[in-house]
Design a protein around this ligand. Structure first.
Ligand SMILES: [Zn+2]
Length: 108
């Protein structure tokens, strides 16, 4: 985890575990990237964006709005992942911030 070059944290999980949106927002990007695998970004407004990587499955389409607690996808190991996990990153005004700040409230 510490040597992981991309910002964010790894949340352990099994393939197929449901990933829920911690806050409502709009899915502004959904795609397959070399490093992050299947990933999506949610724009929650006020400069807050959360990113989810290595998904095995998407439950929503790009441009859709999600409510807090809605399932957005499933945990997987796509991209450069050694095993199934959710790689979760949080950005505020374009800068990565410590997602631990949100974990107490988030239902991930
Ligand atoms: Zn990771």
């Amino acid at each position: 985890m510490a040597k992981n070059p991309h910002a964010g944290i790894d949340l352990s999980g099994k393939k197929g575990d449901k990933i829920k949106a911690p806050l409502s927002g709009e899915i502004i990007l959904l795609g397959n990237l070399f490093y992050n695998g299947n990933m999506l970004l949610i724009d929650h407004g006020q400069g807050l964006i959360t990113a989810y990587s290595h998904l095995s499955k998407f439950s929503k389409k790009e441009g859709s709005w999600v409510k807090q607690g809605e399932v957005i996808g499933e945990v997987g190991a796509t991209g450069r992942a050694t095993g199934p996990h959710l790689h979760w990153s949080v950005y505020l005004n374009g800068e990565p911030i410590n997602p631990d700040l949100f974990l107490e409230d988030a239902s991930l």
